[in-house]
Design a binder for this molecule. Sequence first.
Ligand code: HEM
Length: 197
Amino acid sequence: MKVVAFVAALLPLLRLVVLGWLDELGANPIEVITRSTGTWTMVLLWIALAITPVRHVTGWHQLVDLRRMAGLFAAFYGLLHLMTYVWFDQFFDWMAIGRDILKRPFITVGVAALLLMIPLAATSTDRWQRRLGTRGWLRLHRLAYPAALLAALHFVWLVKRDLTEPLVYAGILALLLVSRVPIALRRRARRAKVVRR
Ligand code: HEM
């Protein structure tokens, strides 16, 4: 399952490489690459967040093995998305990039979302989990939710006309957040029972 997921997660990148090689990225290749990497960052982050609720509903506990991979690939596509912007869109003009971050709210929240995702990717290993302790690690990894909220806002803000797609992502995120409530309540009840014993 892990091998299939790994190969599947690389397909969007492979598609861009092949289309670029064949000179088939269209009239505005930078836009195509920015949009594709942005979309896949979002999809993979949403998949990472969906794994716990889906696991609770279906009882398919092996899915947890894929959560780390989805999160790491989300950060990977996020960095490719950032690189496309810094390199091909702004040509490493750090002043222009700084101005963009300060003046264009959709860029500000995009950067904030990615900044929140980086420590999560960096501490995703078992070693970091042991170092932070399970509760500390879980607390840190709850940052995935504000990161996703900022990413949804980034998408809503950047779209000029048809808001359907960003609102679908925002709606799924709202459902994922709501689905965490019974899981959190069950965990709290279990912890209270252990303390009472
Ligand atoms: C360093 C941070 C980021 C920068 C500088 C950035 C910049 C951009 C830019 C310039 C665009 C194209 C806007 C347009 O077409 O007018 C874009 C689109 C997009 N970005 Fe970001 N972004 C960042 C972080 C993120 C993150 C963390 C996510 C998701 C988790 C994300 C998801 C998207 C999506 C979904 C799109 C639109 C794709 C589409 O049009 O279908 N971005 N971003």
